[in-house]
Ligand binder design. Sequence first.
Ligand code: HEM
Length: 446
Amino acid sequence: MAERLSLTAQSPVAMASSLSSAASSLLLSSTSTAAKISLSSFSSSASSLSTSSSLKCLRTSTLISHHLPNLKRSSVVVRNGGFSTVASPKSAASDPDQLKSAREDIKELLKSTFCHPILVRLGWHDSGTYNKNIEEFPQRGGANGSLRFEVELNHAANAGLVNALKLIQSIKDKYSAVTYADLFQLASATAIEEAGGPKIPMKYGRVDVSGPEQCPEEGRLPAAGPPSPADHLREVFYRMGLNDKDIVALSGAHTLGRSRPERSGWGKPETKYTKNGPGAPGGQSWTAQWLKFDNSYFKDIKERRDEDLLVLPTDAVLFEDPSFKVYAEKYAEDQELFFKDYAEAHAKLSNLGAKFDPPEGLVIADSPTGATPEKFVAAEYSSGKVVTMKNLFLHFAIVQFFLHFICVKNSYGATCAYANCLFSQLFMICCRIKKTSIMFFLCRGY
Ligand code: HEM
């Protein structure tokens, strides 16, 4: 049942404190399925703070910082005994400057948590509910931010995605003038690009659904092991208005990430490629370097040489169905073509069902020159650590110190032992880069 609270405030400070207490009472009344704070004359873009049963973290301070910028944008006029907003100029669903800053924060998040795959899946599962046969927003589903609500997160197909939401919630809190719908798609496209994938021609300005009652019904996303995978994929993706080429190209997103039996029921609990993370260890990946976006998904499915790599029935069918196969073969051979088609299909997917404000959408500029993101290389995917010059130097210095100490202390064959130590350290550094256990064996005596 929706609960509405009307607040009046004497001044912005008083208003903030009212918001603060409202937030606290909302937290306390978490049993209500859809609690809304409606500030009677709040701006159109921030007219209601829908918390409902979403996982949105309603910390008091966050709530205030979250909405004060919106108040600024909608020209708050403070009057004796109350406040109201003047008819505010129509603003876009998301603010372009905040979108750009949010993108930089997402890049930092990716660098520190390696959450590229789950962010891609988040974006896809928000937009992939689209039904082209339904005209009305938001009943048609699609990229509308509905996946933030618990009711939708609880759909079986979305198992585990609550973790993605938790990861980006602080970014949402920081940039109140970015909608969830935009943030999900921004996070997904940024993750692809930062993993070494193509630049996606994205636009923004997606409007959010306002409550959990606007979530799509369960069952619109594809299953991984249906009786007839090709028919099933066509049924689901054609309903979204996509075609065979899109199906094959988009499936290539499985070049990133893992499947976990405890989430989807698919995949091994762990493999040699996933047992050490990065991120939470475990699961089964489709590719060896599952944090690098390239065409290895198609090569690996075609060759099927490694039992540690996953092939779902819906992946396998890409090389079995005659129409899918044409594209899958090409993508296995030609990464450039795959990147081109993937970028187009991903952009299409990210726009499905979205209502844009402004209607034509917003394009945000690329990162400023000079600050081009370093492409993520999953060189250390099996150890969960990134090899940097700093890491290597530290490693070298620490080992050097201890080995030198041992050699001098034992004072036998010091020069020879010392030289050996140096070689062994080089080996150890190689081990960290190449993950070759034989090398590790060679130098472990030191
Ligand atoms: C073609 C139909 C598809 C099926 C049947 C399917 C199925 C699955 C399954 C079962 C998982 C494992 C989830 C888990 O256990 O955590 C998964 C993960 C994933 N899917 Fe799909 N998927 C499909 C299409 C797509 C598309 C179109 C994209 C993106 C454009 C995508 C991106 C991903 C990513 C990145 C992961 C890894 C998530 C992680 O590591 O946390 N998938 N998918």
